[in-house]
Design a binder for this molecule. Structure first.
Ligand code: ASP
Length: 344
């Protein structure tokens, strides 16, 4: 790790705020002065550069264009650095980390997203510990000199999680993220313990990084709920603006069994829409063979999202649809485990 170079990319969010002594309001601080704010980082013999997005944004304003800029920045600076730390608001961090995991191909270096619940400039902040550990992980190498974690991850409250497996579960607790269907890649205690069996190895350490920045965002997400009406269903599933629909269903992929419900799904399928079944449950998987409605959806052509998160399903669809105009091809690829986002 000694001598490694890290690029710290600040996009906005709570972590980079500090109190203005004049009026006590929270303002973003200058990341080029990061060592003044977090002098602990100076104890590592690392070369840390920073890049600050302009404008800085609250992550509720994140758009796919930010992901395109991030992917391009990482590709352009890839050879100069051993790892990347992305500072990002927590609200949409799971979406951004999922998107980057699909947009970066042949990744051999860590891209670690982090942020915080309390600004770095206030007492009791969780930002310092998150940032310091994220930097240490981004710089960590194995005995062969390869990065220990060549993946897009989220580091938060002492856990390193695969980015496309995460979801934000708390707006208050320091443990804001969970990866319900995949184990943590590392735990930071007195030492950082890497779960090396869970970390994906690149197929070829020498393959050059590639990025896919074509994204097709014509996706809608419909959470099935008691009392859902045909009007709402038809609007989401059959509207002109959507090419794909994520149906957030109950439990292991269940939905109402009424004829009108299945008829509208059939209508959307006949229009050629890509329909994906993702569970509303925090953990566990869709299994469309388990119940009659699940089976009926499968017969209509709805694709099982298995144990994917909604955030990851959205990002996967954006990327696959950006790659091809052929919806049948997209449906076939949805079942493939592209970046560790679904279990085998
Ligand atoms: N609203 C903020 C954001 O997501 C919250 C945070 O940074 O944690 O940008």
């Amino acid at each position: 790790m000694t001598g490694s170079s890290i690029l710290m990319i600040y996009t906005g969010g709570t972590i980079g705020m500090k109190q203005d002594p004049k009026d006590q309001t929270l303002k973003p601080f200058d990341f080029s002065q990061i060592l003044e704010e977090v002098p602990e980082l100076g104890k590592y013999a690392l070369n840390i550069d920073s890049y600050t997005f302009n404008p800085l944004i609250d992550s509720s304003d994140v758009e796919p264009s930010l992901w395109q800029s991030l992917a391009t920045l990482i590709k352009d600076r890839y050879d100069e650095y051993d790892g990347f730390v992305v500072l990002h608001g927590t609200d949409t961090m799971a979406y951004s980390a999922s998107a980057l995991s699909f947009m970066l191909d042949n990744l051999t270096k860590p891209v670690i997203f982090t942020g915080s619940q309390l600004p770095i400039g206030v007492p009791r902040t969780d930002g310092k510990e998150n940032l310091i550990s994220a930097v240490e992980i981004a710089a960590a190498k194995d005995e062969d000199g390869h990065s220990l974690v060549p993946e897009v991850c989220i580091f938060f409250d002492s856990q390193l999680l695969r980015g496309n497996r995460c979801t934000k579960v708390s707006s208050e607790e320091f443990r804001a993220f969970r990866s319900p269907n995949y184990p943590a890649l590392a735990e930071a205690g007195i030492n950082i313990r890497y779960n090396r069996k869970a970390i994906a190895e690149p197929q070829d350490w020498s393959a050059p990084i590639r990025i896919s920045t074509n994204l097709d965002t014509r996706v809608s997400i419909l959470k099935v709920h008691p009392g859902i009406t045909p009007q709402v269903m038809r609007y989401f599933l059959c509207g002109d603006g959507t090419r794909a629909v994520i149906l957030e269903t109950y439990g292991s992929g269940n939905a109402p069994s009424s004829q009108w419900f299945l008829d509208i799904v059939r209508e959307a399928a006949a229009m050629g829409k890509v329909l994906m079944n993702v569970t509303q449950c925090l953990s566990g998987s869709v299994d469309m063979d388990l119940y009659a409605t699940g089976k009926a959806l499968e017969k209509i052509g709805v694709v099982s999202g298995r144990d994917i998160t909604t955030e990851s399903a959205l990002a996967k669809l954006f990327c696959l649809m950006g790659d091809s105009k052929d919806n049948e091809w997209v449906k076939n690829r949805l079942g493939d485990n592209l970046k560790g986002e679904i279990s085998k």
